[in-house]
Design a binder for this molecule. Structure first.
Ligand code: IPM
Ligand code: MG
Length: 366
């Protein structure tokens, strides 16, 4: 029996819809196993700017620092995207949260549910059995380096790609440790043929690798990696990379899982962790109730596993999702062609199916 305080930052757009589902699933699994999960809502992103003028209000940060884990929906709003002049942006909240909580390792598992083999745009025979674990550095690199500014006359802009050996070391250790529990392969992705920061990255990863003699390490340039990922994704076990390369490669890899709507992520550091779907706020479908809640639900499974050590509970959620998919139920993003009308579910219905499947498990057991 566990008692945990979870801060929920629903954020913008579909973040609201999908985190509600994830909380429902968490409550249910908690009730089934005698755990008490206490939820506290906090603001971030566009909704926070609207309410307080600040994309990450101090109150949110304060709540987060006291939480056992944080569940995040998504941030972002189209009104900023075409307005480069906007000084305050929703994404600043997310970046500040990552930096403040020192969430330097973003873990993104890429796995495909068998029943979704056909909903990917890639051929099923290339995808079958894919199991990749991305470690994306999250609090440094070009996202945070300074200077980052526009020249006085507005004609020039600069961002800085900077890494220290310490920053590379700490995420490399996490990646190698994870590899030890898997197929013992790490592929480090960089652009060492061009960038000095990548040469430092590679050198440091090679040094760390010496402490893990059982793990086989390879290096790949990011352009090649982006190609290899769709040519033969099964060659990868753990992929270790920097902030921006990881951002881009994990979006690409989401297609392996059929949809962005299927992927969860954990951002971890030294203290509390943030769990979030890798999809964004999806303004085009926000408010329509048709978003896929499975990435958010998988994010709480990841939370149960990584933050609370509740492996069985986490597995039950994954199995429940597997069963729901096997029964043919789909949200629109993973519907594919020729889906019978009664199998197409909205956000709430998909969440209810997952809960039904969890309830059925308990009935079977008792
Ligand atoms: C992600 C997102 C964010 C990022 C955005 C919203 C700032 O794309 O988590 O991958 O670039 O890190
Ligand atoms: Mg991204």
């Amino acid at each position: 029996m566990m008692q945990k305080k979870i801060v929920v930052i629903a954020g913008d757009g579909i973040g609201q819809e999908v985190t509600r589902c994830a909380q429902d699933v968490l409550k249910l699994i908690g009730a089934q196993h005698g755990h008490q999960f206490e939820f506290d809502q906090a603001l971030m992103g566009h909704v926070a700017i609207e309410a307080t003028g600040d994309p990450l209000p101090a109150e949110t940060l304060e709540k987060c620092s006291q939480a056992d884990a944080i569940l995040l929906g998504a941030v972002g709003h189209p009104m900023y995207d075409n307005n480069p002049g906007a000084k305050v942006r929703p994404e600043q909240g997310l970046l500040k949260l990552r930096k403040s909580l020192e969430l330097f390792a973003n873990i993104r598992p890429i796995k495909l549910f068998d029943d979704l083999l056909d909903s990917s745009s890639l051929k099923p025979e290339i995808l079958q059995g894919v199991d990749i674990l991305f470690f994306r550095e999250l609090t440094s690199g070009i996202y945070f380096g300074s200077p980052r500014e526009r020249s006085a006359n507005g004609e020039e802009a600069i961002d800085t790609l900077r890494y220290t050996k310490d920053e590379v070391r700490r995420i490399a250790h996490k990646a190698f440790k994870a590899a030890m529990t898997r197929r013992k392969m790490v592929c480090s992705v960089d652009k060492a043929n061009v960038l000095e920061s990548s040469r430092l990255w590679r050198e440091t990863v090679n040094e760390v690798a010496k402490e893990y003699p059982e793990v086989s390490l390879t290096h790949m340039f990011v352009d090649n990696a982006s190609m290899q990922l769709i040519r033969d994704p099964r060659q990868f076990d753990v992929v270790l990379t920097g902030n921006m390369f990881g951002d881009i490669l994990t979006d690409e890899a989401s297609q392996i899982a059929g949809s962005m709507g299927m992927l969860a992520s954990a951002s971890t550091g030294t203290q509390t962790s943030v769990y979030e779907p890798i999809h964004g706020s999806a303004p085009d479908i926000a408010g329509k109730g048709i978003a896929n809640p499975l990435a958010a639900i998988l994010s709480v499974a990841l939370m149960l596993d990584l933050s609370f050590g509740l492996k069985e509970e986490a597995q039950q959620i994954e199995q429940a999702i597997d069963e729901v998919l096997r029964s043919g139920y789909r949200t629109i993003d993973i519907a594919g062609e020729g889906l019978p009308e009664d199998k197409l579910l909205n956000t709430q219905q998909m969440s209810e199916q997952v809960q039904q499947a969890l309830k059925a498990k308990l009935t079977l057991k008792s």
